[in-house]
Design a protein around this ligand. Sequence first.
Ligand SMILES: Nc1nc2c(c(=O)[nH]1)N[C@H]1C(S)=C(S)[C@@H](COP(=O)(O)OP(=O)(O)OC[C@H]3O[C@@H](n4cnc5c(=O)[nH]c(N)nc54)[C@H](O)[C@@H]3O)O[C@H]1N2
Ligand SMILES: Nc1nc2c(c(=O)[nH]1)N[C@H]1C(S)=C(S)[C@@H](COP(=O)(O)OP(=O)(O)OC[C@H]3O[C@@H](n4cnc5c(=O)[nH]c(N)nc54)[C@H](O)[C@@H]3O)O[C@H]1N2
Ligand code: SF4
Ligand SMILES: [Mo]
Length: 694
Amino acid sequence: MEKIQSTCNYCAIDCNLDFYVEDGRVVKVVPTKGYPVNDGFSCIKGLSLDKQQTTVKPNCLPKIRQEDGTFRTVPWEEGFRYVADKMKELQEKYGQESVAGISTGQLTLEEFAIFGHVMRDLLKTNVDGNTRLCMATAVVAHKQSYGFDAPGYTLKDLELSDTIIFIGANPVVAHPILWGRVKKNQVPGHKVVVIDPRRSETAMNADYWYGLKWRSDLLLLYTVANILIQKDYLDHTFIEAHTEKFEAFKTFVKSYTLERGVEGTGLTEEQIVELVELIHQGKRVSFWWTMGVNQGYEAVRTAQAIINLALMTGNIGRPGTGANSITGQCNAMGSRSYSNTAVFFGGGDFTNPARRKRIAEVLGVEETMLAQKPTKTYNQIIEGINAGKIKGLWILCTNPRHSWTNNETFASAAKKLELFVVQDIYDTIESAEDCTVFFPVVPGLKKEGTYINLERRLSAMRPVLPRKENEISDYEAILGVGKALGLGGLKGWETPRDCFDLMRECSRNMPCDITGVTWEALEGSHGIQWPYPEGKEEENKEEQRRLYETGMFFTPSKKAQFMFEEVGENPLPCSEKFPYVLNTGRGSVGQWHTQSRTREVRFVEDVSLKKAYLYMNTELAKENEIREMDEILVSSANGQEARFAVKITDNVQYAELFAPIHYIECNKLTPSVYDPYSKEPSYKATPVRFEKII
Ligand SMILES: Nc1nc2c(c(=O)[nH]1)N[C@H]1C(S)=C(S)[C@@H](COP(=O)(O)OP(=O)(O)OC[C@H]3O[C@@H](n4cnc5c(=O)[nH]c(N)nc54)[C@H](O)[C@@H]3O)O[C@H]1N2
Ligand SMILES: Nc1nc2c(c(=O)[nH]1)N[C@H]1C(S)=C(S)[C@@H](COP(=O)(O)OP(=O)(O)OC[C@H]3O[C@@H](n4cnc5c(=O)[nH]c(N)nc54)[C@H](O)[C@@H]3O)O[C@H]1N2
Ligand code: SF4
Ligand SMILES: [Mo]
């Protein structure tokens, strides 16, 4: 029996697992002992990765739709040529930006790098990722506040913190291994605080739960900041030495009085003051946020309001502290720096002449070949298709027909496309229904590459199983089309390993420098956190490292910025017609997003409901004579309606409904509303009404 250590490619924890293989089959999966992230533990999804060994069918070839609607199976070379020719034809007919791509945070670093290169540099068009739906807010917040998209923490900080504050995060369900680290915290008297309108699974296990009114976080955080200032609970030395714009912030938050906070958040005076005291009394306070913050119409400012609290109280760069954004997908961090979508490979703006020169040198191409500007955003791509301007789309490792906000807008877009390439490990996903080309690729178990987890740790994905005839990886599919385009620019990109070497070189002297990491060193390792520059390996040999320990940030002045803006009007508030609010999120540890993968896991499927459901408050249900599992028709302010079964609970507020995202009905109802800076959808608070189906 052979043992192969690889990385779980579901969530951003990036647990390492030992796969035991015999006769070309995985017979056992054991979480890697001693791996600093998950040390011998994992959740059910990682343990079930072996279920995906059967998904790719034999004779795995591309399919092209014919005029009569049926599919023709073709050899790979023909598939590549078809897609390449069609994209060039569309560009000639309708303009360069008439084709687009949607990438992901769930492939290897090398895979989205080559996709970004082919689409953005060779074809000179747009590629955005599903990371827009997830981490875009944190990216913008970090860039503006710290000068670079660099979350500073290490997971060990959860064990060292005396006051752990989760804001819009439910790690008990979404990041169970991270929650395991909270449980390992031995600091005497440490406290866990949860800020979430819903009494989530994490709230139930916390010492303090602040069940504020949805979308009132920004108001709460400014109120807390104002009281901290009034009480002089500040770290003046840190503010002075390492931050800018504090005086302006101080003036700004003056109007965020306790009364205003109470009125807008629905919390009591005592609760808000208690929260302030908790922050003040903590010696090592850490703030952790996820989608309850990122997915809102003023999300960037909310994330920055969290950063402001950490800065003003000096809770950053020290063990057990930080304003820490928790990442979602296994390689969201990799895609942020290496997908060539919003920034260059390794970071830096597309307009920065020094970066342009350097990247062109590393890639061995003319500077003119490189993308000139950041990509059009996800919403602009979908709107572009619906407006008839974009005619070709290539999506990979994402299922937008289900996951995109107001997802009927994706359904209508898909029907308008002349070329719609779907590249996935299942041809049964909802997004494949209207595709014109399907590229079947192998799952993670059969490929190699690099992942970066939420604490900046690189780890290796190594092939656990051999490939069968015609089975190819995402990397090979993209390279195949890239070559068929005949535009050059792919010398040195032959294998994932070559690509990794290029990307390493692109990162040189950037905050995310990984020039000291080698392909070999990652294999069977404990992972390596960035930065890890060449020549400084000794200096960085600690296994758990954090950024900002010297108080230096990545802005030109090396100081962090207080970023703030008045609390805005809700662009889509509840009304008489739509008096309730639909909250959405992860439903269970076992279910993953659109369920394409986890529905294969027998013990997850056995306990998961087959039809869409939502949670309703006991009192509201009673008033409407709704009993457990009765069906209701929910109508949304976006003009759509969908059926849900009702589960009754006291854990949601009276006017709040909570729908797990694992059913396509959920995003039928979510709106086309975005944060103005990050363009991340406001998924978590849609005005709705409902009626019981008799
Ligand atoms: N089992 C499982 N795990 C997963 C995933 C999965 O699909 N399944 N997906 C992964 C991915 S990609 C991601 S991004 C993460 C997401 O991880 P999380 O963000 O932790 O999960 P969510 O359930 O989306 O949202 C977190 C909480 O935000 C709360 N919330 C809603 N509105 C507000 C608000 O106005 N204010 C505040 N403070 N909170 C609010 C919700 O009630 C919810 O409890 O999970 C990752 N892990
Ligand atoms: N209402 C609401 N909607 C949300 C959210 C929310 O909180 N509320 N959360 C948003 C967030 S944070 C996220 S990250 C998105 C996730 O949304 P999606 O990315 O659309 O969801 P997944 O189900 O993870 O889709 C991944 C796809 O990749 C395929 N796949 C798996 N492995 C491979 C591989 O190796 N290669 C290829 N080519 N394909 C593979 C799977 O079969 C699946 O079809 O959903 C967003 N949508
Ligand atoms: S916690 Fe995340 S990385 Fe770890 S096994 Fe579960 S899904 Fe995989
Ligand atoms: Mo996500």
